[in-house]
Ligand binder design. Structure first.
Ligand code: ADE
Length: 225
């Protein structure tokens, strides 16, 4: 079973995303185990301090290496990890290919940063990979870790049913997904494309492919290069 250990100083921020819908069901089915670790439990001094002033001055606190090292060392003493990921806006940008790749791994650690980031020695010595969820800055890595975990977990075999199979997702074949419709066939005069009501499986498949192509050309021509 895949296991994802998330290290954070704000564990409450990560409760809800894993307690609903597909992510909850994946855990209930025993397909993935998500464990959130409160970095505060690994704080070293009396004040349970996790960050300190930056050497050289400047605004913003920096997360200290020792609590992070203590937490990661404890986890590594219990099992081996395929990747130890740090969520940061200057990491490689998450895409479907990275999600696919990580969904095949066994154990992952995801470290969430805060304030002005973590002591650089965490990045050079403890982390194996750095991932950003896009070119914008979040207040911390927690929401990024939730996004990354979701993108990975839904790809684990057995998590999605056939009907919701990830194989038909946007990006999975390098194209955006085609439009979808459900009842009623006529809503206030706005009609569902007739081909979808025809029952002609092969033609519907062709139509969907054309729509995918058209949509990708229009919205994301970069995907076709
Ligand atoms: N932490 C702050 N901004 C982030 C981003 N864009 N992606 C991942 N982690 C972050």
């Amino acid at each position: 079973m895949m296991r994802i250990d998330i290290i954070t100083c704000l564990p409450k921020l990560l409760e809800s995303p894993f307690q609903h819908s597909i992510l909850q069901r994946a855990q209930d089915k025993g397909l993935v185990q998500v464990v959130v670790h409160d970095l505060r439990d690994y704080a070293v001094n009396r004040k349970k301090q996790l960050d300190d002033y930056a050497y050289g001055g400047g605004a913003g606190m920096v997360m200290m290496i020792e609590p992070i090292d203590n937490c990661i060392s404890r986890l590594k003493s219990e099992r081996t990890y395929d990747e130890i990921i740090y969520m940061t806006p200057d990491g490689e940008t998450l895409n479907q290919q990275i999600a696919n790749e990580l969904s095949l791994k066994g154990n992952l650690i995801i470290l969430c940063g805060h304030y002005k980031g973590v002591d650089e020695r965490v990045r050079t010595h403890l982390i194996t990979r750095e991932i950003s969820i896009g070119d914008y800055v979040l207040s911390g890595g927690e929401l990024g870790a939730a996004v990354l975990s979701d993108s990975i977990i839904r790809l684990i075999p057995g998590v999605l049913s056939d009907e919701t199979s990830a194989l038909t997702d946007s990006f999975q074949d390098g194209l955006l997904a085609p439009p979808v419709y459900t009842r009623p066939a006529d809503y206030k005069g706005i009609e569902v494309p007739e081909i979808l009501l025809s029952g002609h499986e092969k033609k519907i498949e062709e139509w969907r492919y054309e729509q995918s192509l058209k949509r990708t050309k229009k919205r994301r021509p970069d995907l076709l290069d």
